[in-house]
Design a protein around this ligand. Structure first.
Ligand SMILES: [Zn+2]
Ligand SMILES: [Zn+2]
Length: 385
């Protein structure tokens, strides 16, 4: 399933500021709101799509990840990349920000009707951050990591309600469970209806007369969860992925926070990463460099045989096409670069010394770089191409 570009969905430029994004989303939210389009499935999809785009683009971190990595940046799995999208509760909980405090969404639609869910405040769990260490091989191929996470989960005694038992958990009498109270005032323009957060239940719509003793009414306790994290190929040190809803739980059926995954690279014993490329330092003796040979070099994909041509100079860079790291969310792949070093013996026996001194006299052993030799700078330039 290909996903539409978030900027296209909201109809804004990539350079749009916070205000433009908000205002564009507000228009779409009103246009496609389910209360205005009852039974219209297409409108509902558009409504959800816009909410998701707004959720990403209104958050500077998520937006940066999206700009950099596309849809994969915010979808370690279970996120929007998995096709899950946002649920309606998530969307309505966003509206507090969009339509401003003191103006719950429902008032835009004349109140009543689809009201309740818009007005009720939904508790939100906090985000959780973890680090995941990856080898170069795992980065190259992408990997599923199962990680045991210590986090806040719903309290097992009260099932997250925070109440001691069923009889101590009531719908709020003040607001009848809607989380908001209406007041009608007379003004010179006529009657005006204002809506505000219910003071008794703080907008949650429920009242607890006796608190759960396990969690002291919080509805949460410490627990463990094993989470499977799908890491796309090509991630790098310092990159963050997020899994929506996998962070700390929220009390009373609220929305859990996100799990933020910070990527750490474990250094490889013989290969070095440079962006999408992988670098290998190869050492050969000058006899092999002179006569040519074939050597095995490690790659992120097992061993590879490469040919060393007779007369190879030190400093030559051999390129193994496509043996590097793939770019996140793309078919583009880096190369492996094999840097040829000529090994100079650090100690020699008397016998070797004699042989070498004999060779030294041969005209072939006198350095005579010609036009076919690439300069150091040419080689460096080639490498960066
Ligand atoms: Zn409890
Ligand atoms: Zn209330």
């Amino acid at each position: 399933m290909s996903k539409r570009d978030y900027y296209d969905i909201l109809g804004v430029a990539r350079s749009a500021d916070e205000k433009e994004i908000k205002s564009s989303y507000r228009k779409l939210a009103i246009k496609y709101h389910p209360d205005k389009n009852p039974g219209d499935h297409e409108a509902e999809e558009k409504f959800k799509e816009a909410a998701e785009a707004y959720d990403i683009l209104s958050n500077p971190q998520k937006r940066q990840r999206y700009d950099q990595f596309g849809h994969a940046g915010n979808s370690a799995s279970g996120g929007y990349g998995g096709g899950g999208g946002m649920n309606m509760d998530d969307i309505f909980s966003q509206f507090g920000d969009i339509f401003g405090g003191g103006h719950p969404f429902e008032s835009f639609f004349g109140g009543g009707g689809g009201g309740q869910r818009g007005g009720r405040r939904v508790a939100r769990g906090s985000n959780l951050r973890i680090k995941v260490k990856l080898t170069l091989e795992e980065i190259a191929k992408g990997v599923e990591k199962k990680v045991k996470v210590n986090k806040q989960v719903s309290c097992h005694s009260c099932d997250g309600s925070g109440a001691k038992d069923k009889s101590s958990f009531h719908t709020c009498k003040t607001c009848g469970g809607s989380g908001s109270v209406r007041r009608v005032t007379n003004t010179i323009l006529g009657q005006m209806q204002t809506t505000s957060t219910c003071p008794t239940c703080n907008g949650e719509g429920v009242e607890i007369t006796a608190k759960c003793t396990t969690c002291r009414g919080e509805g949460l306790e410490r627990g463990e969860e094993t989470i499977a994290i799908n890491i796309p190929a090509g991630v790098s040190e310092g990159m963050q992925l997020s899994m929506s809803g996998k962070g700390n739980a929220a009390p009373r059926g609220g929305i859990p926070g996100d799990l933020i995954i910070l990527i750490e690279e474990v250094p490889h014993e013989s290969l070095k990463r440079d962006g999408l490329n992988v670098i290998y330092d190869l050492y050969i003796n000058f006899v092999d460099a002179t006569l040519g040979t074939s050597v095995e070099v490690p790659t992120i994909d097992g061993k590879a045989k490469i040919k060393i041509e007779p007369g190879t100079q030190g400093g030559k860079i051999l390129r193994l096409k496509g043996k590097g790291i793939p770019e996140v969310n793309s078919y583009h792949k880096g190369d492996q670069l094999v840097y040829v070093n000529i090994w100079t013996p650090k100690a020699v026996s008397n016998e070797e010394k004699e042989l070498l001194n004999k060779l030294k006299e041969s005209p072939n052993f006198k350095p005579q770089p010609g036009k076919s030799e690439k300069s150091f700078f040419e080689r460096i330039k080639e490498y960066f191409e």
